[in-house]
Design a protein around this ligand. Structure first.
Ligand SMILES: *Cc1c(COP(=O)(O)O)cnc(C)c1O
Length: 465
């Protein structure tokens, strides 16, 4: 063994202690440090030849790179939809690395059964019945891709084509209908060979809504003359967190032949709150569902889950048949037959830890607090003369712009000034043709005091524009 490696092996407990101490210092200072750092490129150091040992690597990281990392895990990083990591989920994540299990299959370990237990808990959390089977993936983009891959296989079943063998081209042009799809949906259609251009935008409800007009969807489906289609319903849009009427969409299945995929990346968490659960009523009726976990479950990147009612079709798409890997059998198929990955880390463990540590109630409290904070910031922004709300705060995102001259340039300057203050981080969007900003609440740490700081930073930056 190389002598530095041998030395590290001998000192392993000590090295882990140093890493723990360093991480604890970073996490303790998280709420105080600047939320965003201007991303400096420090150039490239030469490839180390000798090797500095784990202590040396930690020291170099602490000096060279750590100062430039953002506080994205902290309470005032409101860009995109960004969750933090609960204390228990960090413990689980560290242990995932320490055990270094390969979750492609059962392979002589109970770890796959732990992933299944976690999936069953998540299914219950989101109100899904036992007909939905799940698998962990890296994020909602991959979850949407897997769901749409199963949908593609289903189209083949309806048209008498074995897509996994004959290829997507054998389907001919497909019809994918959606109201306000996330950008990962056209990306998935590109990856899957169905084509970005096959996504048809169905009109939205009138009156400042991002939810699909179900009557317009009905008409669009009627126009397909019986051809089977894919409908992507959206439960929680990124700009204004609007929800399609999932029950009404599912009811259209009585008259039309379609696969219902629901992108509930963060909207699914409405199910945890009795006051908001109606927003996702009918989620259970979907054929496939995407839920992100690194957003509102507050587990570390990267984690999401994919649920489907048609595991047989999922195996048809993703099976990885080889004598050395084992064949998909009648019982529980190994995970390598369910998702794009073959080797997989034990991504379920951080979620398992957080669910055991805080339970349904603890995670409900995070969701309800974030919603209340978003509402409060929305009201405060509506009261600021320099800013204008673009939509009601429906759940956890505040979408707003400048009251005067909301040009892209001026709105971006506002975002840049807020980021430069170190107080908060918000990301730009365009809503209904208007350049805008979003403040998305999904972190477990955020409090009233944080939203006051965000508001003060916005007021100061907009006054200085
Ligand atoms: C965030 C998000 C995605 C993509 O999620 P990743 O985890 O970044 O891949 C897809 N759909 C919706 C609605 C989202 O909010």
């Amino acid at each position: 063994m190389h002598r530095t490696l041998a030395d590290d092996l001998a000192r392993l407990p000590e090295l882990l202690q140093s890493a723990r101490d360093f991480a604890a210092g970073e996490l303790t200072g998280l709420a105080a440090r600047p939320v965003a750092r201007p991303g400096g490129d420090l150039g490239r150091a030469p490839l180390p030849v000798e090797g500095a040992g784990a202590d040396g690597a930690l020291a170099r990281f602490a000096k060279r790179w750590a100062p430039g990392f953002s506080g994205s895990a902290g309470p005032r990083y409101l860009g995109f939809v960004t969750g933090g990591a609960t204390p228990a989920s960090i413990t689980g994540d560290w242990l995932t690395s320490a055990y270094d299990q390969n979750l492609s299959g059962a392979a002589g370990s109970s770890a796959a059964a732990l992933e299944r237990e976690t999936l069953a808990w998540l299914r219950e959390l989101f109100g899904l019945d036992a007909e939905h089977s799940g698998a962990f993936v890296t994020g909602a983009t991959v979850s949407n891709t897997v769901g749409l891959a199963i949908a593609r296989e289903w189209l083949g079943e309806r048209l008498g084509v074995d897509v996994s063998r004959a290829g997507a081209a054998a389907l001919g042009p497909v019809d994918v209908l959606s109201g306000s799809p996330h950008s990962s949906v056209p990306k998935a259609l590109s990856v899957l060979g169905m084509g970005r251009d096959r996504l048809r935008r169905v009109p939205l409800l009138p009156g400042n809504r991002e939810a699909v007009d179900v009557a317009a969807l009905d008409a669009a489906l009627a126009g397909l003359d019986g051809r089977p289609a894919i409908v992507v319903a959206n439960a929680g849009t990124v700009n204004t967190v609007d929800f399609d009427d999932l029950r009404a969409i599912a009811a259209l299945k009585e008259r039309y032949d379609f696969w219902l995929h629901v992108d509930a990346a963060f909207g699914a968490f409405a199910a945890l709150s009795p006051a908001h659960a109606h927003l996702v009523a009918g989620l259970d009726l979907a054929d496939s569902i995407c839920v992100d976990l690194h957003k509102w479950l507050n587990v570390p990147y990267d984690a999401a889950v994919q649920f489907t009612r048609r595991r047989d079709l999922q195996v048809a798409v993703f099976h990885n048949a080889s004598p050395y890997l084992g064949l998909p059998s009648g019982g529980e198929p190994d995970f390598l037959h369910l998702t794009p990955e073959n080797s997989r880390r034990l991504r379920a463990l951080p979620a398992w830890f957080s669910l055991v540590a805080y339970g349904r109630d603890g995670h409900r409290e995070i969701v309800e607090r974030d919603v209340a904070l978003a509402r409060g910031l929305g009201e405060d922004i509506a009261d600021l003369p320099a800013l204008r709300l673009l939509a009601p705060v429906r759940l956890n995102v505040v979408c707003f712009t400048l009251a005067e001259e909301p040009t892209r340039e001026r709105v971006d300057s506002l975002a840049d000034a807020v980021a430069a203050s170190g107080e908060a981080f918000l990301t730009p969007t365009v809503y209904d043709g208007v350049p805008a900003l979003r403040a998305a609440f999904s972190n477990w740490r955020t409090t009233d005091a944080d939203t006051r700081r965000v508001l003060d930073a916005l007021a100061a930056a907009s006054a200085a524009l």
